[in-house]
Every structure is written in C-alpha cells, then in structure tokens.
Design a protein around this ligand. Structure first.
Ligand code: AHR
Length: 501
C-alpha cells in the first residue's frame, strides 16, 4: 500500500502566495470580453470589469496578476493606453490574431482590475522594442508621488495618488519574441534597463524580474547569470527573480495536440510532460545555486500550463482551448511541484486567466464557466502563504504506457496559519483507484474538509450547456486510523484533505 508519511514538526519553508499567481495578456479574448467589457456593456460590470469573472476570481484569492504580456509586452507602448478612451490609438495586434486593439484597457484599467481582485501588481515592461526612457517613464507615471511630468500626466488622467507596482518584468522571452537576443546581450540590456526602474517610494521597492529561460535552455540561465550576477551580488534590488517558462504540449511545440481528444497513451505522455517541471526547476535551480547559494534570487515561473491546438473553428491566434480532467491533473501535479520547491520558486503564473490556454474561466457572451483547472486552484488556495511540511511517499507504483511512465500518486503538504494541515494528492492513473495510508507524527487529527475534482471519464469537461461536468465536490472515501487516515483516491483525481487536532 502507498504510505504518505507527514512530519508535521518539520516545517520546510513558506509557500509564497504569489506561487498561485495568474497571467493575463492582450491575446484573443483574455482581456477583452473575458475580463473587460467596458462600462457601457450589457454584461454586468464594475468600471468595465465583468462582475461574474471578478467574483469567481476573488474566490481563488488571486495573489498577483501579470500583465500586459507575454509577447505582447515587448510590443506594447504604454502611452497608447492612457487618457480619454476616444483618443487612444487603434492598431492591429499583429502578434495575436491580427485583430483591432483599441487600447481601451490600459494602465488605469489594469490597476482597477487588481484593486477589484485585491491582488498584487506585476507589470511586464517592453525591453524588446521600447526604449529605456519609455520604461523609466512608465514607472514614474505609476509610482511617483510628487511633481514630475509623468506624475502630472497621471493626475490629468484622473489618478491623484501613485499606485503600488509590486513586480516589474524587464522584458519577456527576450531569447525569442522579445528581441531574439543572446543571453549575454540580454543580460547587458537588463543591467541598463533595470537601472531606470526606480524605487520612488523606498518603503515599497519594486521587485524586478529578469527574463529567464525557455524550458531546458540551461545555456540561457548560465549566460544571463554569468553576465549579470556580479551586480545582483553587489546591489540589493538589482535582480529579485529570474523567470522560467514551460508549457506542456502533448505532441510537441509544432503539432501540440487536441485538448479533448486523446487516448491513454497521450494521457500519460501529457502527465509525464507536466512532471518534467520538477527536473526543470532542479536543473535551472542548480545553476542558480552556483551563483546564488543563499537563494536570494527567486525563480519566477511566470508562464506555465498546457498549450494545445486551438479549438476547431476558432482563430488560431486566440489560443482558445478546452480544459478537461487531464488539465486538472496537470494543475495538481504542477502546484505540488511548486510547493515542494518553495525554497526557490517564489512566484508563478498560470497561462492564462480567461479564455486563453489553460484558463481557469471561459466566457461566451454573458455566460461564464469554471474549468477543472479553476476547481483545482480553488482547492489548493489553502497552500498560499502556508509552511511546507516534510512529507514522503513510499510504495508508489510506476504506471503508464510505452515510454510514458509516471508515478501513480503525487502529493504535497502544508500547514496554514490557521493551524490546519492541507494535503493535496493526485492519482494519475487513467483506470484504477489507489489506497493511501496517511501517517502523521502526532495522533488525534480530524478531517475538517475533504474535496475532490474528478470524473469517471478522463475526457470530461465543462461547457456552457453543461457547466458542472467536472467540479469540486465533497470527498468521503477516507477512514480514520490510529495516527492518520486511510484514503482511497479515485482514478484520475485531485484530492485535498484538511486536518487538525
Ligand atoms: O502565453 C502565450 C505566449 O507564450 C506568451 O505571449 C509568450 O510569452 C509565450 O511564448
């Protein structure tokens, strides 16, 4: 039998809430339609933000939201998105779908959205096609509290007080869509651009994110640190995070693969690719450790999730895809991996929040549905800000097909400030349940809440006509033992148990 041994006496570090972050780009129907419908829309909204979407997101306790891209960020000129809406530039979003971008969602609207969500702000600046002056002025516009050209402009546009910018990305994917740079060239540009991301409010310093690698590009991580780390060592606040992007494409980057039509082999192939996140964190982390053994620079996995072939009949540049039980497992597996690496992974952002890639919400006109990924993020929200607890699992069988073998069960365990332990487990098997004996060091624990996301059919997903095919439900398949519980995890399931003495 599988045994999960928890040592609740051994806390292993804080799981930063920002690891449960989100990403929203000017891409397809993520911002426009998905989040922002404008003040005059018939869809209920507050200052243009869809009420249904904001309410659903608030239940996830969204800790941070990255914006405006993605690849869009390195083509975005922030001054196009301020001032009276009727005067804002209309242009084509050449990167994503060739549609009109009317800039009606800009800096003020993003800040309003974060205010409504109660989350931290993460702005991604334009290093690829923007100037140092442009980046510097954006920061001044948002954060300077005094008399200056940009602060005055902000006030003219209706915002007296500065906003708080918590995180600032100095470019995005600069090895690719952000300028096709070499690591050395980017690192030198990073040194220059970040200089002008000034902390106008010394009490609220902006945390800077340096562009990290794509998947297993260890050469990039090494090259960037080789060129820039001397400054990170000398100057506090020079580089707070190094990013990492990793998407799961079942059939590889070119073909990608269907979101809903897959066999058992592809199920295991996909989950095995999700598990690869662990190796990526370890290996990029090992390079970071050589430069930064004290782990002062956090890893920021600010784009992760599944990326399939777009839904038939939709604009391929909109990256709209469905979300099945398989995506619930991808989310559960990945979040467990992040929790276990809480010493290094300090921020992450699921790509993307609404209507794009592995979204938590999908919209169609005035309708909105929650995806299986939403329900997993909701069950896992208790890990935010909690202490990772030592846990180890034994007796786990390797399952799968052909070369795609995966462990049947993955887990992570944390202790919240409320004194409640949260155990999240995934059963990766497409065809059989698994009994897990949970043992704690102490006795007398009681389950306070038990929830599950699953469906007998691994292809199941929610639609606008059937929105509750895969939801978070009460879980009852457990019994108490002397110092723990025996739990039966259904096949293809994500389970969260909360327990307390
Ligand atoms: O999330 C979609 C795209 O994926 C982003 O714009 C880019 O950063 C990445 O390649």
């Amino acid at each position: 039998m599988v045994k999960l041994i928890i040592n609740e006496e051994n806390k292993q570090g804080k799981i930063e809430p920002e690891v449960y972050g989100h990403f929203s780009e000017h891409l397809g129907r993520c911002i426009y339609e998905g989040i922002y419908v404008g003040e005059n829309s018939e869809i209920p909204n507050v200052n243009g933000m869809r009420t249904d979407v904001v309410e659903a997101l608030k239940e996830l306790k969204v800790p941070v939201l990255r914006w405006p891209g993605g690849c869009f960020a390195d083509e975005y000129h922030w001054k196009d998105g301020i001032g009276p809406k009727e005067n804002r530039k209309r242009m084509i979003n050449t990167h994503w779908g060739g549609v009109v971008e009317d800039n009606s969602f800009g800096t003020h609207e993003y800040m309003e959205l974060c205010h409504q969500l109660g989350c931290k702000t993460y702005i991604n600046g334009n290093l690829g096609s923007g100037t140092v002056q442009e980046m510097s002025e954006w920061v001044e516009y948002m954060t300077f509290n005094g008399v200056s050209p940009m602060a005055d402009l902000r006030k003219e546009n209706g915002r007296e007080k500065p906003w708080k910018v918590d995180f600032f990305g100095v470019g995005n994917e600069n090895w690719g869509c952000g300028g096709n740079m070499t690591p050395e060239f980017y690192a030198n540009e990073y040194r220059r651009y970040q200089t002008y991301v000034r902390d106008y409010d010394k009490k609220k310093p902006i945390k800077k994110v340096c562009c990290g690698a794509n998947v297993s590009d260890y050469y990039w991580t090494e090259g960037v640190l080789e060129t820039a780390f001397d400054h990170a060592e000398k100057f506090h606040g020079f580089m707070d995070y190094l990013s990492l992007h990793y998407y799961v494409h079942p059939e590889g980057w070119k073909i990608k693969g269907s979101a809903t039509d897959f066999d058992e082999d592809v199920w295991y192939k996909t989950l095995s690719k999700a598990l690869y996140m662990d190796e990526l964190i370890r290996r990029h982390g090992a390079i970071m450790d050589r430069y930064d053994p004290g782990k002062k620079i956090g890893m920021c996995v600010d784009e992760w999730g599944a990326w399939y072939t777009n839904e038939p009949g939709t604009n391929p540049g909109f990256l709209y895809q469905q979300n099945t039980v398989r995506d619930a497992l991808i989310a559960g597996i990945t979040l467990n991996i992040f929790n276990k690496h809480c010493d290094r992974v300090k921020i992450a952002a699921l790509a993307q929040m609404v209507n794009v890639l592995q979204a938590v919400l999908l919209t169609e006109g005035e309708k909105m549905i929650k995806t299986p990924t939403y329900h997993v993020m909701h069950m896992y929200r208790h890990h935010q800000g909690a202490e990772l607890l030592e846990s180890s699992i034994t007796g786990v069988e390797k399952i799968g097909t052909k070369k795609w073998m995966v462990p049947k069960v993955t887990e992570s365990v944390s202790l919240g400030e409320d004194g409640i332990i949260t155990v999240t487990m995934n059963n990766l098997s497409a065809d059989s349940s698994e009994k897990v004996e949970i043992q704690l060091a102490g006795a007398g624990y009681q389950i306070t809440e038990a929830r599950v996301v699953t469906n007998n059919d691994m292809h199941a997903y929610n639609t606008f006509d059937a929105p509750e095919e895969v939801i978070e439900a009460d879980f009852t398949d457990y019994t108490a033992t002397e110092n723990g519980f025996t739990v039966t995890l259904p096949k293809n399931s994500v389970v969260a148990l909360r327990m307390k003495k």
